[in-house]
Write a protein that binds this ligand. Structure first.
Ligand code: SF4
Length: 707
């Protein structure tokens, strides 16, 4: 059986050998045209996930301190009755929703899940976006006219890959779907090209690069402005695209000389000049910025400037540069139909005035919106929460506060296969089928793939009659709650039709009407079924200006929102850095956020939830390898083992996130035996990029001492 691995963004093809209802082996699918046999260690753990004895298979309803198994209809009726009652009593904003990261890998949640979550019509919609890629989406909206128009590096044809705040060797690419990044980066060097990494840690990617520069966390915007300065000062600006805002961007960077940026960033002025010149003079080059760029105090500015530097150097929408994909399913019309509407700051959160983006509020607002009493029809307190595929108690800043807030809800329901640190606080848990029991198509991730590809897989195992897919759960709730859809005002006919269709029919329609549909060789679900290893649809192609969402069909280089935010950057850097130790995160190839820790094969070996610290910083604090350190902020302290390494920049320490499986009431036996600590317990949720609302997870001031 062949399918794509749904555990990270790389979408590797896997070949699964089964016998009866058991998985015998999972290996890379050599015939997959995109991943060509590559899988990482997580891929083989698909079997662990499927056979995990801790995975829930029947709905659970809280009964005091115990959980009671109930039938699906009873569970659906109870959830609908509670949610409808709360909506009626307090208004639709009283019901909040939270969608976790695995949603992006799940055909059912990307179709029927959105119908449910988006059409509930609540302003209290939250997701992992505001702890992740929101600044890129904001830049896509403001510069290209649609929040989903995020360009990806054409890594297959570039000759210079400059990687800022990203570690694709551990993440396998993010907003850059690229299985086996290691080989792809090696190929750049083999063809005479260069890989340059800028990161506060000498990461796995940096180890394989031609150059690595340490950069002080949170200073990417200063570096990028200095590069923009060099491009204008040395008349290196080029490109075929029609743009607006060129002179405004030049003016914005005038004061940001490399000499000014050098002491802020820790990168020498000559190096900054060299980077800008190399990008401008290499015919096929790209600057790729990712999670470290987004999750910092100036994440909005930094993400904008990443795209702007590519545009100024003529590498936007050009082979080898930063390009837009042509996936078999065009996500733009589909997303619009399912309720995603692009927009920014159309409203603010009730309690602290954080900006809305794409119909969602920043996750940092969730706890306060639950805690704070409402005062009127438009100022509604959250009374109920629906979570899906997420564990915000571990994955979002201020976990302990959110945990306490969740306990006060009138009602909480979680669509999730695990009793985890968040779902244990729910009143009802609705567990969906395992990834191997459902069909798979990468609706979202193909839109960010470095080649245009398409692949569909039917379920490896048929679901039992007692089980329910995510989409069936969402449809059952949607139907019972009776919320309207953009497809037709909530009529019974639409509900019945959607019930009969299922995600495959929606997929088939989207394939047939997509860019590779009727007119160009007839892409359809039937065609994909006949190609179980997937279909290669060719390299990325220039898509601008046609693809731009702006009516003027120009790339907007200097949106007013960014120019206004530059004042905040100036203020920040008016005085020199204070010399505090600062914190960054990190990712391991065997882990993905909070949900891969219940597989023995992925957590075995030395502990991975450690404090990484430079030898000089360790010595100054009397820390020894393997000893315990206490890391503190004004929000609290965590203790964890010390790992000393000169891979860290001096003055910077690193703790991975997603750990902290030591809360009572979970059912994750392997994770509980390897708990680690949650770094989010000490991250202040009030710290956000004030422009975009994204949580600040990079460059946080911490105190480190011997525990
Ligand atoms: S790299 Fe990602 S998609 Fe590929 S096998 Fe590993 S977890 Fe799965």
């Amino acid at each position: 059986m062949y399918r794509s691995c749904p555990l990270c963004e790389a979408t590797c093809g896997v070949a699964i050998e089964i016998e009866g209802d058991r998985v015998l082996s999972v290996r890379g699918d050599d015939a997959d045209p995109f991943s060509k046999g590559y899988i990482c260690p997580k891929g083989t753990a698909l079997a662990d996930l499927h056979h995990d004895p801790d995975r829930l298979t029947t709905p659970l309803v809280r009964d005091g301190a115990m959980w009671k198994k109930v039938g699906w209809d009873e569970a659906f009726d109870l959830v609908a009755q509670k949610l409808v009652g709360i909506r009626k009593a307090y208004g639709k904003d009283a019901v909040a929703v939270y969608q976790g990261n695995p949603t992006a890998h799940n055909l059912g949640l990307l179709t029927y899940g959105q119908l449910l979550m988006r059409t509930l019509g609540t302003k209290n919609a939250y997701s992992a976006t505001s702890m992740d890629q929101l600044p890129h989406m904001l830049a896509a909206l403001l510069m290209f006219g649609n929040q989903l128009l995020m360009p990806v590096p054409d890594i297959e044809r570039t000759d210079l890959f400059v990687c800022l705040g990203a570690n694709p060797l551990a993440s396998n690419g993010s907003i850059m779907t690229a299985p086996d990044v290691k080989s792809r980066l090696k190929a750049i060097r083999d063809r005479g090209g260069k890989v340059i990494v800028l990161d506060p840690r000498r990461t796995e990617t940096a180890e394989k690069a031609d150059q690595h520069h340490f950069i002080r966390p949170g200073t990417d915007a200063a570096l990028l402005l200095a590069m923009v300065h060099v491009l204008f000062a040395e008349k290196l600006v080029r490109g075929r695209l029609a743009v607006t805002g060129l002179s405004e961007l030049e003016a914005a960077a005038t004061a940001w000389t490399p000499e000014r940026a050098a002491p802020i960033t820790g990168i020498a002025a000559d190096e900054i000049r060299g980077l800008a010149r190399a990008l401008a003079t290499t015919p096929r080059a790209v600057l790729y910025g990712r999670i470290g760029v987004c999750t910092q105090e100036f994440g909005g500015l930094a993400a904008w400037l990443c795209y702007a530097v590519n545009a100024l150097t003529g590498h936007l929408d050009e082979p080898g540069g930063l390009m837009f994909t042509t996936p078999a399913v065009d996500p733009l019309p589909l997303a619009a139909m399912l309720g995603f509407d692009g927009g920014f700051a159309r409203w603010k959160s009730r309690v602290s005035g954080k900006p809305e983006f794409g119909g969602e509020l920043p996750i940092s607002a969730l706890a306060e919106e639950i805690e704070t009493a409402g005062n009127g029809e438009d100022k509604v307190q959250i009374r109920a929460l629906l979570t899906s595929a997420g564990n915000p108690v571990l994955s979002s800043p201020g976990g302990p506060r959110l945990e306490e807030a969740l306990k006060t809800l009138d009602f909480m329901v979680s669509i999730d296969p695990y009793l985890n640190e968040t779902t244990r606080l729910a009143h009802v848990i609705l567990p969906p089928t395992s990834p191997l029991e459902r069909s798979h198509y990468d609706l979202a991730l193909n839109a960010f793939a470095v080649r245009n590809v398409a692949k569909y897989a039917p379920p490896t195992f048929e679901r039992s009659p007692e089980a329910r897919h995510d989409w069936e759960i969402c449809l059952a709730l949607w139907t019972r709650i009776g919320v309207p859809s953009k497809l037709g005002a909530g009529s019974k006919l639409v509900h019945r039709l959607l019930g009969k269709l299922g995600p495959e029919a929606i997929l088939d329609l989207a394939l047939r009407t997509g860019p590779h549909g009727f007119g160009r060789g007839g892409m359809s679900l039937g065609k994909l079924r006949k190609s179980p290893h997937g279909i290669d649809l060719g390299p990325l192609e220039p898509r601008l200006p046609a693809r731009l969402g702006h009516a003027d069909k120009h790339v907007h280089l200097a949106p007013a929102e960014y120019l206004a935010d530059l004042v905040r950057l100036e203020r920040k850097h008016a005085s020199p850095p204070n010399g505090n130790l600062v914190l960054i995160g990190r990712r391991h190839l065997r882990s993905n956020n909070s949900w891969m820790h219940n597989s023995e094969r992925l957590v075995k070996g030395p502990p991975r939830c450690t404090l990484l610290i430079h030898p000089d910083d360790a010595a100054a604090r009397g820390l020894s390898e393997g000893g315990a350190a206490k890391v503190s902020t004004r929000k609290g302290a965590i203790e964890l083992p010390v790992e000393i390494s000169d891979e860290m920049m001096k003055g910077v320490v690193s703790v991975p996130h997603g750990w902290g499986h030591n809360r009572s009431g979970t059912r994750l036996r392997v994770a509980e035996a390897n708990p680690g600590v949650s770094v989010n317990d000490i991250v202040d949720p009030a710290l956000i990029d004030e422009l975009s609302g994204t949580s600040v997870l990079t460059g946080l001031a911490v105190t480190v001492a011997k525990a």
